[in-house]
Design a protein around this ligand. Structure first.
Ligand SMILES: Cc1cc2nc3c(=O)[nH]c(=O)nc-3n(C[C@H](O)[C@H](O)[C@H](O)COP(=O)(O)OP(=O)(O)OC[C@H]3O[C@@H](n4cnc5c(N)ncnc54)[C@H](O)[C@@H]3O)c2cc1C
Length: 311
């Protein structure tokens, strides 16, 4: 209940332009500014420097150029070009070839066909250089459209891509089976959005139970699944299930967000597990940042400390 309230509250605040304006002024201004805890930087160069530091700790990474819910096709075109430039920068930098993209950033909300063309332009360049492109999952109105887009590019022969499924959402267990049958890779998450009771579990205990059910489907029927969570109970359940069914540590990977549970990230690497960090960067960091606050209201404390410290 508290989880749901906190998510709703922070998702409402995320729509405030005044707050966004104020946060943008202070959040990333200095090397110690509060938003830098979750966002590596505003430029690709900062992201690449952060990525190198992560790789030096024996971790894998995926870079995410922040931005979502654009409203014109020219913005979708600009976002596509930004991703193409990012792939070229990653190639030149020699870091892990893995990016995450949001469908609404590429125009899903405006024109699905244009969005498919945009993702194909990214995948064409990516596949020439053995990149993996993860298509992030947004809130429930986009799930079917995102999976349609994904199955369309998969049917056209693109294999260097995968999707995300959210355990909070009722349909995800069936989707996990269908995507696994296709032969594609899934990242399993709990779900970052506030969803209505008609389509998603509301109690954390139900979301967690579904996470474990879907994790088992993906580990047994899936293809190199990514188990993306900071929840020690989910990590333990995954490790125990893999060990008891003889699934090797390199047959799947764990993923966590930049700046969250760095202790657990290091412990997984020390335990010989594959650990990929999701590294977001860019000027449009505000909605992503607010989702992180909504997941753990205690984060507001360190944000306030940061703001007061900077004035
Ligand atoms: C690599 C990755 C990619 C993701 N991609 C997507 C996506 O495409 N679509 C989507 O809907 N969601 C995505 N998410 C977000 C996900 O859905 C959850 O909202 C988020 O991971 C929090 O859930 P949890 O599994 O960590 O468990 P929770 O039960 O929320 O948290 C478990 C514990 O983790 C720690 N923790 C969790 N969140 C925070 C935080 N913000 N700050 C500090 N500590 C925290 C706390 O110790 C908490 O007790 C992604 C998450 C990861 C790790």
């Amino acid at each position: 209940m508290l989880d749901a309230l906190s998510k709703s509250f922070f998702h409402a605040l995320a729509r405030s332009k005044t707050l966004e304006h104020m946060a943008s002024r202070y959040g990333m201004a200095r090397p110690t500014s509060f938003a830098r805890r979750f966002i590596v930087g505003e430029t690709a160069d900062e992201a690449i420097a952060g990525a190198r530091a992560i790789q030096s700790k024996g971790m894998l990474l995926t870079l995410d150029q922040l931005g979502e819910s654009i409203t014109t096709l020219s913005e979708a075109e600009a976002a596509t070009k930004v991703y193409i430039a990012l792939i070229e920068k990653i190639l030149a930098a020699g870091i892990d070839r893995n990016i995450s993209v949001k469908p609404t950033q590429l125009g899903l909300d405006i024109d699905s066909a244009v969005c498919i063309d945009n993702i194909k332009r990214i995948l064409d360049l990516a596949s020439r250089h053995e990149f993996f492109v993860r298509i992030d999952m947004e809130n429930t109105p986009y799930i079917q459209k995102t999976l349609d887009m994904f199955t369309s590019v998969w049917a056209q022969g693109y294999r260097n891509t995968g999707v995300v499924l959210q355990s909070a959402v009722f349909r995800s267990e069936d989707d996990a089976k269908a995507v696994s049958k296709l032969g594609a890779r899934v990242r399993l998450v709990k779900g970052a959005y506030k969803e209505p009771a008609a389509v998603a579990f509301q109690a954390k205990s139900d979301v967690d139970k579904a996470f474990i059910r879907i994790m088992k489907v993906l580990l047994t029927e899936g293809h190199y699944p990514a188990i993306a969570t900071h929840d020690p109970a989910m990590l333990d359940a995954t490790k125990a299930f893999a060990a008891s069914t003889g699934i090797a540590k390199d047959a799947y990977e764990f993923q966590m967000l930049y700046g969250i549970r760095r202790d657990l990230q290091a412990a997984l690497v020390a335990g010989g597990y594959r650990m990929r960090v999701y590294v977001p960067f860019g000027k449009q960091w505000f909605p992503y940042f607010m989702r992180r606050l909504g997941e753990r209201p205690a984060n507001v404390g360190f944000v306030l400390k940061g703001i007061l410290g900077e004035r």
